[in-house]
Design a protein around this ligand. Structure first.
Ligand code: G3H
Ligand code: 13P
Ligand code: NA
Ligand code: ZN
Length: 328
């Protein structure tokens, strides 16, 4: 059955676990997530970006999520809009059956320019009021996602946004977080702690200088009641980099967010953990392997079956390590 983000994260907070939020664009990703969830009895958050809605179409996504939840009737599913950029994106998502939306007012509607605090607060409050009237949940974001190493803001697609940012902008301020949640009444809060989207997050294994788990701990101390969200939480596993590069890929060496750091976050109020890049890499590693090992192959299913399996294994690992398993 479809449930809201609020229902799911309230349960996660009560029992002290985190929930991975996997991005979906197509049927194969949806099936991989649901198969993994079924195997370990985990509730699911699926999220679609604006790019995913454009790619698959709103009607296709709505029916796909409906079909997936019908196929797996024992698994609760929250369908969430990832990085809504304005009221229209968020409200049209709800109209298409999404049970939850992210209003990302940390950037202006172009999703490039860092927004003022007042802009963020106003637009998040407007969306939260409207969403709550019709029973949907809202995730807000305070602080701009981006790299503490380079000062670059992270646009949704992993490319840099405009200009250099200070640590003040790249790390959520705990006092401001208290005020923001109180004023907007958002159900969950995405925070900035040095992560960014895409594969190229850190040039070395992150320590506290470039990945500030201390920021999360400080926010959780002041706001123990809010569900925190970590974006840019792919671990970019070395095995997947190696798999891709073993079969003709050319990904430069890079580092993601270690799963242990996420586990630490979950102990300090992180309830939703956004993962897209790892799933993309899992599928692409298998596409490359099949293409290289069987160059005569042209049936897409021969590529997609192992790709789904690799993604399913990754999802299952995160359900187990975040404590989601056993909570469906
Ligand atoms: O927030 C970023 C997600 O990875 C979605 O990426 O906009 O390319 O679908 P996308
Ligand atoms: P990754 O690029 O680290 O998978 O982050 C995804 C994300 O934050 C989606 O909102
Ligand atoms: Na989101
Ligand atoms: Zn994100």
């Amino acid at each position: 059955a479809l449930i809201t983000l609020r229902q799911l994260l309230d349960h996660a907070a009560e029992y002290g676990y985190g929930v991975p939020a996997f991005n979906i664009n197509n049927m194969e990703q949806g099936l991989a997530i649901m198969k993994a969830a079924q195997k370990v009895d985990a509730p699911v958050i699926m999220q679609a970006s604006r790019g995913a809605r454009k790619y698959a179409g709103d009607i296709m996504l709505r029916h796909m999520v409906q079909a997936l939840s019908e196929m797996y009737p024992d698994i609760p599913v929250c369908m969430h809009q990832d990085h809504g950029n304005n009221e229209a994106t968020c409200l049209s998502a709800i109209r298409h059956g999404f049970t939850s939306v992210m209003m990302d007012g940390s950037l202006e509607a172009d999703m490039k320019t860092p927004a003022s605090y007042e802009y963020n607060l106003d637009i998040t409050k407007r969306v939260t009021d409207a969403a709550h009237w019709v029973g949907a949940s809202v995730e807000g974001e305070l602080g701009v996602l981006g790299s503490l190493e380079t000062g670059e803001a992270a646009a949704e697609d992993g490319s840099g946004a405009e200009g250099k940012l200070s640590h003040d902008q790249l790390l959520t301020d705990p006092d401001q977080a208290v005020e923001f949640v109180k004023a907007t009444k958002c159900d969950a809060l995405a925070i900035a702690c040095g992560t960014s989207h895409g594969a190229y997050k850190f040039s070395r294994k992150p320590d506290g200088d470039i990945l500030s788990m201390a920021t999360i701990e400080a926010i959780n101390k002041k706001l123990p009641g809010i569900h925190l969200v970590m974006h840019g939480s792919s671990s970019v596993p070395q095995e997947l980099q190696d798999l891709i590069n073993a079969y003709g890929g050319e990904m430069p060496q890079t580092y993601g967010v270690p799963v242990e750091e996420i586990e630490r976050g979950i102990k300090h109020g992180v309830r939703k953990v956004n993962i897209d890049t790892d799933c993309r890499m899992a599928m692409t590693g298998q596409f490359r392997k099949v293409a290289t090992q069987n160059p005569q192959e042209f049936d897409p299913r021969k590529f997609l079956v192992p790709a789904m399996k690799e993604m399913e294994d990754l999802c299952r690992d995160r359900f187990e390590r975040f404590g989601t398993a056993g909570n469906a």
